[in-house]
Design a protein around this ligand. Structure first.
Ligand code: FAD
Length: 441
């Protein structure tokens, strides 16, 4: 059987699904090395999916099985582009699959966006998820009111996490310093701001129900925002999912207030047109989308835009600035209209930030099919085994967290959680993670 060695850059679900599909192919003997810049695998499943979505995170069990076979190696704590270049990978492997996701924020392009106090939701998500590179400072949780811009699932995750009670948070894996900061912050009202009417909201019905069920906050929807307009009626008639969403919003709007200590307030049909303040944020100007001359100022010291992600350029990988993705045809990375030999892309780096975890499985099978189809056409391979890459990394003083190292991190996190009956509590700094992996730092 023909042997094939593949490098995957990124260990999020897309990269891992791709490794799985490749190694299951009966026509090739495929070995895959998965490079990951963090000491921990699984990308946004660990550092994006909300901590109170433990059921969704249980996909980690099946992703882990992929690394339990000798055919797939985890090379954690290795940043492609710094510890090893894409060109070097291409010379060591028969194929390289880019799976590094979409780690940058989309910008709103609104004046004042650079003010401290306007902080991309991604930073807040990374912080509460215990990401070792999180830059969010919990001192930013200040003032009576915070605003979240956007009405997708991430916006609702962020609003929910801002109002969760400490009891609810301790049912998750968030680090204790996060529980304390989220318990103690002064924000009483979280406004979730949608550019258009509720019929255009991107969040799912499930996420809305979850928000409606939080213990620590009243959820407020203005019945005026749900008034049946022609557009709204047409949207409801066209999509059963929209009808369900609006019906639940109506029920929430009709609920009498429970006078809880916090409130989440939906503001639809409003778009930010300016962030106010000199040295720091004092408010956001919101224009009504249906009547832009109607502008109101929402006083707030913290705005968390949750308006999407974009991928990042990396030396040796073509990048399309306009779409914020790696350009491809049928998963083959293209430069100047032609496929770059041996370079492929999968997941959010390929499609942009859309779809749920499962969407990446189909995407990965398309990418794996392209890798295998090209390999079937090609003669020979690089002839280099795993030792050459290991030697190169060692010569650079790179510290690799292998699968055993990750299992040791998991065991430490489980031990941290067990005295308090928590399944696990995350380690959140790189030194702690590397030490738990048994590496000297
Ligand atoms: C806040 C948030 C919440 C979400 N919640 C849900 C949910 O509840 N349910 C659901 O189904 N989906 C959810 N999603 C979507 C889901 O997480 C994505 O579909 C999925 O993670 C995308 O997979 P990916 O592998 O392309 O990217 P990622 O998961 O981002 O993985 C990319 C990996 O590449 C690594 N990497 C980056 N650069 C390099 C480099 N230079 N060298 C080596 N490694 C590198 C990163 O560290 C990361 O581990 C959520 C997304 C976000 C942002």
């Amino acid at each position: 059987m023909r042997a094939l060695r593949v490098a995957v850059v990124g260990s999020g679900p897309a990269g891992v699904f791709c490794a799985e599909t490749l190694t299951e192919d009966p026509g090739f003997e495929v070995d895959v090395d998965v490079f990951e810049r963090l000491p921990t695998p699984f990308g946004l499943v660990r550092y994006g999916v909300a901590p109170d979505h433990q059921k969704i995170k249980s996909i980690i069990a099946s992703l882990s099985e992929v690394f339990e076979t000798p055919k797939v190696r985890f090379l954690g704590n290795i940043t492609v582009g710094t510890d090893i270049t894409v060109d070097e990978l291409r010379s060591h492997y028969d194929a390289v699959v880019i799976a590094y996701g979409a780690p940058l924020d989309r910008r709103l392009g609104v004046p004042g966006e650079q003010l401290p106090g306007v902080i991309a939701a991604r930073n807040f998500v990374s912080w509460y998820s215990g990401h070792p590179d999180a830059s969010f400072d919990p001192a930013a949780l200040t003032g009576e009111r915070a605003a979240v811009i956007g009405v997708g699932n991430v916006a609702l995750d962020v609003a929910r996490m801002l109002v969760r009670t400490p009891d609810e948070l301790r049912r998750t894996d968030v680090p204790e310093h996060v529980v304390e900061a989220l318990d103690g912050h002064p924000v009483r009202e979280v406004c979730v701001i949608g550019r258009r009417g509720p019929e255009h909201a991107k969040f799912t019905h499930k996420e809305l129900l979850e928000l409606a069920g939080v213990e620590g906050a009243d959820i407020v929807v203005d019945p005026e925002d749900l008034r049946p307009t022609e557009e709204r009626r047409a949207a409801v008639a066209a999509r059963p999912a929209t009808a369900r969403l609006l019906s639940t919003l109506e029920k929430i709007a009709a609920r009498p207030p429970a006078h809880r200590s916090r409130t989440v307030r939906f503001l639809f049909d409003r778009t930010p047109v300016g962030f106010l303040g000199e040295a720091s944020l004092t408010g956001v100007s919101l224009a009504h989308t249906s009547d832009p001359s109607r502008v109101e100022v929402l006083p707030t010291e913290l705005v968390l835009p949750a308006v999407g992600y974009r991928s990042a350029p990396l030396a040796g990988v073509p990048f399309d600035e306009a779409s914020g993705t790696v350009p491809h045809t049928d998963s083959r990375v293209i430069a100047g209209g032609t496929a770059v030999p041996g370079l492929y892309v999968v997941g959010w780096a390929k499609r942009g930030p859309s779809g749920v975890i499962g969407t990446n499985r189909l995407c990965a099978s398309e990418t794996a099919a392209a890798v295998l189809a090209d390999a079937a056409e090609r003669e020979g391979g690089t002839g280099r085994g795993p030792d050459a890459v290991d030697d190169l990394l060692r010569s650079r003083g790179a510290v690799v967290v292998d699968w055993k190292g990750w299992l040791a991190i998991e065991a430490t996190e489980a031990a941290l959680g067990s005295p308090n009956g928590r399944g696990r509590v995350k380690l959140h700094d790189r030194t702690g993670l590397l030490t738990a992996a048994g590496l000297s730092v």
